[in-house]
Design a protein around this ligand. Structure first.
Ligand code: TXA
Ligand code: MG
Length: 351
């Protein structure tokens, strides 16, 4: 049975550490249970990263392939050196600047964490999330918490407690409900084991923000080219996938809108249920079965925040075909486009 516990909003970390539900969740984590909790990016499904059995239970609950390693979450920066064997200067610089926050660092580990966390790799991914509930839970539990996004594998990441509930009820022990998450896309994953930082997954911290702190950052070729194997194992899977067939339409704005309208007409004529993923600015330009504006184009962070919820709405509406606008590949839109391409399984029409 899963407990869904709503937490009062506007409490700080100190106050949350005295809330009974948070105390019980932390205790359960230490006993090997599964706890879903909010972070600033998306909800995570947490387990004690030092317990192999608890970690294996995460993979089972999510239906996640076992070759896809997990991120460990810590509640205090000082805990990092307990779990990793080396913190290069560049890693220290990045964590000083971005932690707590949506940045995950890949570092060599000390062999103290359960082997399933790292899928046998010599490195471990670590982050300190910036959410009062997550930090209170992590500080109380006082163990590193392995936590992938709390969705069933392949589904869009959960940005609300009810998304977690619909994917994982009955499979986890506790769902801590801290409301809607703020960033909406997952953390940025950066490998800092080499001479230059390498971006493995774009996320809540943008490439431009990283470069301001780290100087130049390489981009994993697997992120850019078809056929290259990504260094972040999770990036090779189709992900964030809505149930309907999805296409991205890319090009000059007017042409994109014309093409989407044409495709909507053609598909509706043959009886398909069609959805359009757009933005507030353009939502009145389309007449489809379901038109979902995902944030404002003029406010890129709002698009990231609304993205996964929008993808789930198409599922709720049982749409057969989803046609999506696209965004310029800079700032947080770069992360949005990465998720959209995965959701569409790479299907892009250029007009
Ligand atoms: O925002 C987030 O990062 C969320 C919240 C819950 O913290 N978590 C999350 O976890 O997105 P997950 O498991 O969905 O994604 C973890 C990513 C995967 O792409 C995985 O392959 C990569 O991190 N990863 C983990 N360990 C790695 C390692 N040692 N080397 C390279 N990539 C690694
Ligand atoms: Mg995930």
């Amino acid at each position: 049975m899963t407990h869904w516990w709503k937490l009062p909003s506007n409490l700080d970390i100190g106050q949350l550490m005295k809330v009974d539900e948070v105390i019980q969740a932390a205790k359960l984590l230490r006993e090997g249970g599964l706890v879903a909790f909010p972070t600033e990016t998306v909800y995570g499904l947490g387990a004690d990263a030092t317990s192999e059995q608890a970690v294996v239970n995460i993979f089972t609950a999510k239906g996640r392939p076992s070759d896809n390693p997990l991120i460990i979450h810590i509640g205090r920066k000082e805990q990092l050196s307990t779990w990793v064997s080396q913190v290069p200067e560049i890693a220290q610089k990045l964590l000083d600047h971005f932690w707590p926050g949506p940045l995950t660092l890949v570092l060599p580990h000390r062999d103290h964490i359960a082997p399933s966390v790292t899928a046998g790799l010599p490195t471990v991914a670590v982050r300190m999330p910036d959410h009062p509930v997550a930090l209170a839970l992590l500080q109380l539990a006082d163990v590193p918490v392995a936590a992938p996004s709390a969705n069933r594998s392949g589904r869009p990441s959960p940005t609300e407690a009810r998304h977690v509930w619909s994917d994982l009820t009955g499979k986890i022990d506790i769902l801590l409900d801290g409301g809607t998450t703020g960033v909406g896309v997952e953390s940025t994953v950066v490998d800092v084991t080499g001479s230059k930082p390498v971006l493995l997954r774009p996320g809540g911290v943008t490439l431009e923000e990283l470069e301001q702190v780290a100087g130049s950052v390489e981009i994993d070729p697997g992120l850019q080219r078809e056929g290259e194997i990504p260094r972040s194992p999770g990036m090779k899977y189709r992900h964030y996938a809505p149930r309907g067939e999805m296409w991205l339409i890319q090009g000059a704005e007017e042409k994109v809108h014309d093409r989407i309208r044409e495709m909507v007409r053609d598909a509706m004529r043959i009886g398909r249920k069609v959805g359009v993923l757009t933005t507030q600015e353009h939502k009145d330009k389309f007449q489809a079965d379901v038109v979902i504006p995902c944030g404002r184009r003029s406010d890129p962070r709002s698009v990231a925040k609304g993205l996964f919820h929008a993808l789930r709405q198409f599922d709720d509406e049982q749409v057969d075909l989803i046609l999506s606008e696209t965004f310029p590949e800079t700032g947080i839109f770069y992360s949005v486009m990465n998720r959209l391409r995965k959701a569409a399984d790479g299907k892009v029409i250029r007009v």
